[in-house]
Design a protein around this ligand. Structure first.
Ligand code: FES
Length: 375
């Protein structure tokens, strides 16, 4: 909850009766354009900037961990009275304000007693400008089937993807294969639901957690590849759970279009391989096409190949045998690669640098960024 009060003379401002302000351990108060995180811990008021050093999260809307305010967006911590970062990161500090109780009212001096200091952080490698490097078309294959890597089995979608990727190499192209089942990465934790601006590029999980391996997918799709071939099995009528786990983490790519008009993916082609023992190919294709369109990909003619033996086919071993031995399906996987590569070659040759004026599917002009607050 954010309260607003008006500025009085000088830089000292009366925030209101101490009795009512002490009822909340932490609150965000806006005075003019200054956001203050006002705390009341162990019988003492503290006032620090309500704007987080990381990405501007509203500190006063966070929670207290002892004497530290935990930012509600991604969990950075600052001392509730000094504004200093948590032990080890003290110099990463937000401004502190003097605070006094006079005649039962809480007064805050909006001239900061200490300044904001951001410990220099090396930008994440993914944050570099997106520039296509010269060279032949590059193809990344993303296999989304899940399996126990210690007990590997045959996957029909993975099998056809390998054929598609081998063909890319035969065409003299660079190729890279990513099998999601070999990566350890966290599920999207929904920062977007707090604020569109809390969803960052690179993903805040990627920035916070060096062990998270989703960076390999981001690097390949955003910076490296011209063609993305996604392979998925059909699971209960949908794409695989790992596919959706990846896609949720790719929300940060789409969100950059919404909040910053920033196209991270441009002049790239997506193609799909969908296989299942039972049907629902068109619904799965619709999901995949919809999402990859949203993040900025374009598609070749006939952008997916698929195989299903229908609703009554429960003899899965026959399904594997059929896909493995089908010349038609393997030829189709090679032809899919060629269609996608040709489309990418056209896009690269006709590269446009025109910025978007309207963001993605929203079709309306992008909202201006929030007015910056002052310390
Ligand atoms: S931790 Fe505060 S904005 Fe990210």
């Amino acid at each position: 909850m954010t309260d607003t009060v008006s500025i009085m003379a000088d830089q000292w401002s009366d925030l209101g009766p101490a009795e009512s302000l002490s009822r909340k351990a932490l609150q965000q108060i806006v005075v003019g354009r200054t956001r203050v995180a006002l705390s009341f811990v162990d019988g003492r008021f503290g006032a620090v900037s309500g704007v987080c050093n990381h990405a501007g999260g509203p500190l006063g809307e966070g929670r207290l961990d002892g004497e530290y305010i935990t930012c509600p967006w991604h969990g950075w911590k600052f001392h509730c009275r000094t504004g200093q970062g948590e032990p080890g990161f003290e110099s990463d500090q937000v401004p502190r304000y003097d605070v006094e109780v006079r005649d039962g009212h809480v007064w805050v001096n909006l001239t900061p007693a200490t300044g904001r200091h951001k410990q220099p952080h090396e930008p994440h490698p993914l944050a570099r400008p997106v520039e296509r490097q010269p060279g032949p078309v590059r193809v990344v294959g993303i296999s989304t089937t899940n399996m126990n890597e210690a007990l590997p089995r045959v996957s029909t979608s993975d099998l056809l993807l390998r054929t598609a990727m081998a063909h890319a190499e035969q065409l003299g192209l660079e190729s890279r294969m990513i099998r999601l089942s070999t990566l350890k990465f966290r599920s999207c934790e929904g920062y977007y639901s707090i604020s569109a601006h809390a969803c960052t590029w690179p993903c805040s999980i990627t920035q916070m957690d060096e062990s998270d391996q989703m960076d390999q997918v981001y690097e390949a799709i955003v910076h490296w590849a011209d063609v993305v071939v996604i392979a998925t099995p059909i699971r209960w009528g949908s794409a695989s759970a790992l596919y959706y786990k990846m896609v949720e983490r790719l929300n940060c790519v789409q969100n950059q279009i919404t909040i910053r008009n920033r196209e991270l993916i441009k002049n790239k082609v997506a193609a799909m391989i969908i296989t299942g023992g039972q049907d629902n190919v068109q619904a799965v294709a619709g999901q995949l096409l919809g999402f990859f369109a949203e993040i900025g990909c374009t598609f070749p003619p006939f952008p997916y190949i698929a195989h299903s033996r229908g609703w009554t086919a429960e003899d899965m071993e026959r399904n594997v045998a059929e896909v493995s031995g089908s010349q038609d399906l393997h030829d189709a996987a090679r032809a899919l690669t060629e269609r996608a590569v040709h489309a990418a070659q056209h896009l690269i040759a006709a590269t446009s640098h025109d910025p978007l004026s309207r963001g993605g599917r929203k079709a309306h002009r992008l909202s201006p960024p929030p007015e910056p607050s002052v310390d």
